[in-house]
Design a protein around this ligand. Sequence first.
Ligand code: 26W
Length: 824
Amino acid sequence: AWKKFSAKEFSSKEDFEAEVVRHIETTLARSLFNCDEAAAYGGTSLAFRDRLVIEWNKTQQNQTFADPKRVYYLSLEFLMGRALDNAMLNVGMKDVAKDGLSDLGFRMEDIIGQERDAALGNGGLGRLAACFLDSLATLNYPAWGYALRYRYGIFKQEIVDGYQVEIPDYWLDFNPWEFPRHDVTVDIQFYGGVRKYMDESGKQISVWENGEIVTAVAYDAPVPGYGTKTTNNLRLWSSKASHGEFDFTKFNSGEYEASVADQQRAETISAVLYPNDNLERGKELRLKQQYFWCAASLFDIVRRFKKSKKAWSEFPNQVAIQLNDTHPTLAIPELLRILIDLEGLNWDDAWDIVQKTFGYTNHTVLPEALEKWSVPLIQHLLPRHLQIIYDINLQFLQYVERSFPKDRDMLGRVSIIEESQPKMVRMAYLAVIGSHKVNGVAELHSDLIKTTIFKDFVKIYGPDKFTNVTNGITPRRWLHQANPRLSELIASKLGGYDFLKDLTLLHKLENFVDDKDFRKEFQEIKYANKVRLAKYIKEAQGIPVNPSGLFDIQVKRMHEYKRQQLNIFGVIHRYLELKDMSPEDRKKMQPRVSIFGGKAAPGYWMAKTVIHLINQVSKIVNADKDIGDLLKVVFLEDYNVSKAEIIVPASDISEHISTAGTEASGTSNMKFVLNGGLIIGTCDGANIEITREVGDDNIFLFGNLAEDVEDLRHGHFYGGFEIDPQLKRVFETVRNGTFGDAGQFSALVNSIVEHGDYYLVSDDFKSYIDTQKLINEAYKQQDEWLTKTITAVARMGFFSSDRCIEEYANEIWNCEPLPPPEKN
Ligand code: 26W
């Protein structure tokens, strides 16, 4: 009889050590004599992975048996970061492992630090998807994530002479967290044509044929929940040449190179993550990626549904599919194609199923980010889908015409097809029409989509189709893992770690705002986290910073709408002010460290110019003997998830200063406050709800409101505009070459003074620097400051992604958790 592998926790550190050694010597085939940190990381990961895999198998078995409604989260991006620390948290026994590693001569942090980030995403949208997977598993929802297995994740950023340089991120050399499923494959078709004919009963049949086939191979990664055995699945598709396609005639006739070239072309589909954030460029390969992933995922979902032998009308009771932005919108026509062309359903039944199955989340209102694909491109690549999209549009427009016979422009406005040259398919409209619910990601954003981009659709479908689900973050990674000492302190006061599963319990911390010991320790932890970041800055960037200064941090993708330019102009203003002062006056000033980090899309010249300016300012200011510790400027290279885990707990003030109405939610704002930092921000995205929760004494808001943005922009063109004299002085300094490269930096200034200042930098500058002054003064009152930060932490419970997932489950997916059986 088989002895069942026991998944129980390591019984002792000796037990753990033996497992690590066994994996190093056998699984990794390495000699213990040259066991380095990389090998120790490998052995440790494999030892924990064994435990994870057992629960993963059981969870999947249990879900197959119970066959509940499942959630499928379709996202082109999952910014997972590192897996080992999270696996240890969820399996338990990290302490045992720490002791064991120490016996073997290693430090836990070093071993954790060996892992490369799984960086399959650009920014907010991808990290949100990763937080959602964590919450779904923790709350026992039967849920799968589907994405692409990119060979290259988001590029690695290097700063060379102050400029961003992109290095490929080949992350798959050694990845113990993925399992290739060479037996789980799907053949995906591209190009070809559509043949139509009548069958015996006179029904019109469409056959998509003679295309090119590429095979999708599944790679699975376990997603463990916290405090539960539930371990869900993230399935990533990799592309390879199909066996049928691999040209054996070429192969045999000596055209070996040509046949390998075909193979490489197929593999190109899943080769690289597109590094654009909020910018749509209409590239054919990107559309191929989208279809390849949607078609493979839907085939998989339908295959799983068919095993249960239920009627098709049951499909929406078994399957909820969430579209993470419009990137997976082709799943809508693809499901229709499967139901109608392959399964023989009629249009009305198929359409009913599709609408009930899909939900769509919008993450941006920036016009340049709204996806549109040219009709000729879709015609060429996906001829049958184009027909289906036209059929959807026809049905929809007929309905609109019946409902609004008097509004003559309505049809043109809401048509899925934009009548441009060439014609374009508006993916967001297709997503709205094909889904039963559409949500924004923070209250303001959800209101904005109803009054701007989807205004007509609110008239057509009524307001109930549109809803809000304010984003959240997982407290496991963003409190416990990133800030273990704070987590431990909170646990000591609250009587355990229940708050990691119910973040609203943090409110009890308000009872301790006046507790001297608690305050002292809270403050010490912040300081220790700043020391840790200062050490990292010294190692990585060679800049010495004083941890007692005010740490002012802005880390996020580089984009004009996020306004890193406003921040650096504010820094320059401060520099000029300090230079003007007498040495005595300077002594009264609050020392500051301005820290920036973030990647610019490789083709985004203006964002790269801002990076360059920050680095130039850093060079000049940091070397200025008059200034010393009063101002240090740092650009941290290659900002990513694992660096965020060091940066976030170390902030005093973080900047969330987008032009009002442009940042859909923001999620790092939540991370910073949860870790005892305050924020300076505009009335935008989730900043507004953070203010509601923490109270307006505990946040620094400034700037114009979203409702005034349009008029202000208009005024820039027609009324002309006044530039604040202090900002003018900053501009002159930038233009006269104080920070080098006067030519390039002039273009940045000109985007404001000559080209309309679209992002309202000049309108918000005064209120921004005034607010920064308030912050300097407030920070000097260390006691009050501490009260603010503790109070804010206590009031952040709402922003857990667990709350967020419960809202999706109840309002959109209509699905229930499936807790693991008591005994297994
Ligand atoms: C097609 C090009 C493209 C690529 C990425 C368009 C749009 C995107 C994303 C939707 C951009 C993004 O990450 N949006 C962010 O989503 C976060 C999670 O909801 C929000 O917190 C951010 O405010 C929003 O910018």
